[in-house]
Design a protein around this ligand. Structure first.
Ligand code: GLY
Ligand code: MN
Ligand code: MN
Length: 441
């Protein structure tokens, strides 16, 4: 069996054990979204569904029935169709599903209404991703109701509906060696794309031309989808947290904030770098940039097994607040300013999120109402920033319109952490040196 298939088989075994004999779990694939008329958006499989199956087709449903004699892992999918094969390429079909995806039993998706209620009979708990796909939730209710209506024939419908999120997302939160390998590959491609963006940036380019260079590198390396739409914001646009218009001209003297990452084998990378369009930081830009960088180092230092989720955020907030006082943007006592969240007009988001198959990946941040402890195998981003809005009248004019974020992807290891994206330059001298060399100056 291929390494990749072994990985999926291992996940299924673990999941089957967790749900236990007498219960059942059902997951539907993602659906195709129409862009307009008969043109589709590129298909992206649902992450839970792919995590357990590796199956990349729409119109599919997987079912887990621990202890079922004829097989515990069932797939409903589209039958092989010659016309589809001719127009868009071959789909697996039932034989392919059994041969290439190690399913025990495969059925045509068109037969699901006839078959699935039978699988629900006499099961205790039904696990499914409650609320994630409301139309599919409704189908599960209808199928369960069909079983319930036959109770006088001696069959029972699942008495408990349980969200699969907790079991499955705890699994997804702790990355296996295979997953870390994919995330390192995603990181490597994105690191190189950011370096190319810095090297190719020139005054007078449009933001979308920088975006094109990033995407060219992703695609050229085989990463055909981005993990999220790239943010490429020059000057004031760097102060817009989720700016994606990316259509302005890059001006001399402005900073450029790029938040972009590719997806590799369904695993995300998520990097932000901020650098001067002309290759040289002004004094004000440098002062704020160094402050964000110091906050990021302090936050990354807190990524250790046994530390809690909020430690990196607390560390970043402390450094940022101290620095804002030192630079004169905030006035008062640091501890009081932190308590009153005085930094929030300039730092309004959190310092990171889980990273994995989804850019904002699954997994609880609190357990029993307490920030959870970091454990080896978790991957998170560390991404402090400062955004001095163009109309921030309360601060000296020289600071206004400066938006900075620095973001890396960090793996929690047994001994501490590993920064998966650290090869992306972020020291002032390194960025200026790289850009000087690229500009030939
Ligand atoms: N790129 C989205 C984020 O950093 O959260
Ligand atoms: Mn992020
Ligand atoms: Mn990001």
């Amino acid at each position: 069996m291929l390494k990749k298939q072994q990985e999926f088989a291992r996940r299924r075994q673990q999941f089957l054990r967790m749900i236990g004999v007498g219960n059942i779990a059902v997951f539907a694939s993602a659906s195709i979204s129409m862009r307009n008329s008969d043109v589709e958006f590129p298909f992206r499989q649902n992450s839970d569904f792919f995590y357990l199956s590796g199956f990349d087709e729409p119109e599919s449903v997987i079912v887990f029935v621990p202890g079922r004699k004829q097989g515990e892992y069932i797939l409903f999918c589209r039958e092989f169709d010659e016309k589809t094969a001719l127009w868009v390429g071959a789909n697996a079909g039932l034989d392919g599903a059994i041969k290439d995806y190690a399913v025990d039993d495969a059925f045509p998706i068109d037969d699901i209404d006839d078959i699935l209620p039978g699988l629900l009979e006499n099961k205790n708990c039904l696990y499914f991703p409650m609320g994630a796909q409301p139309n599919f939730d409704q189908k599960l209710m209808d199928w369960s109701q069909q079983v319930r209506s036959r109770s006088r024939a001696g069959v029972s419908a699942p008495a408990e509906f349980i969200s699969s999120d907790h079991l499955l997302h705890e699994m997804r939160l702790i990355k296996s060696a295979y997953e870390i390998k994919q995330m390192k590959k995603a990181a490597k491609i994105s690191v190189a794309a950011h370096i190319k963006a810095m090297q190719s940036c020139r005054v007078g380019m449009y933001e979308y031309q920088v975006e094109a260079n990033l995407k060219h590198h992703f695609m050229n390396e085989g990463a055909q989808q981005e993990a999220y739409p790239a943010i490429v914001g020059g000057g004031n646009n760097g102060c817009v947290l989720h700016y994606i218009d990316n259509n302005a001209v890059l001006k001399d003297g402005d900073l450029l904030l790029i938040d972009a990452g590719c997806e590799w084998e369904k695993y995300a990378s998520d990097i932000t770098r901020t650098f001067p369009v002309n290759g040289v930081f002004s004094d004000e830009q440098k002062a704020l940039y160094q402050l964000v960088l110091d906050a990021q180092y302090a936050a990354i230092e807190q990524v250790q097994p046994g530390h809690h989720w909020n430690d990196p955020h607390d560390a970043a907030v402390k450094v940022l607040t101290q620095g804002l006082v030192a630079l004169g943007l905030l006035k008062g006592q640091v501890s009081t300013l932190i308590k009153n969240e005085a930094y929030k007009p300039y730092y309004m988001h959190r310092t990171g999120h889980w990273l994995g198959m989804d850019v904002h990946d699954v997994g609880d941040y609190k357990l029993d109402n307490q920030w959870r402890l970091l454990e080896p195998g978790m991957v998170l981003t560390v991404e402090p920033g400062l955004y001095i809005q163009p109309d921030a009248k309360e601060v000296d004019e020289k600071w206004r319109g400066i938006g900075i974020r620095i973001e890396d992807d960090v793996l929690v290891t047994k001994k501490g952490h590993e920064v998966l994206t650290e090869a992306t330059p972020k020291e002032v001298v390194d960025i200026e040196r790289l850009m000087r060399a690229a500009n030939g100056t």
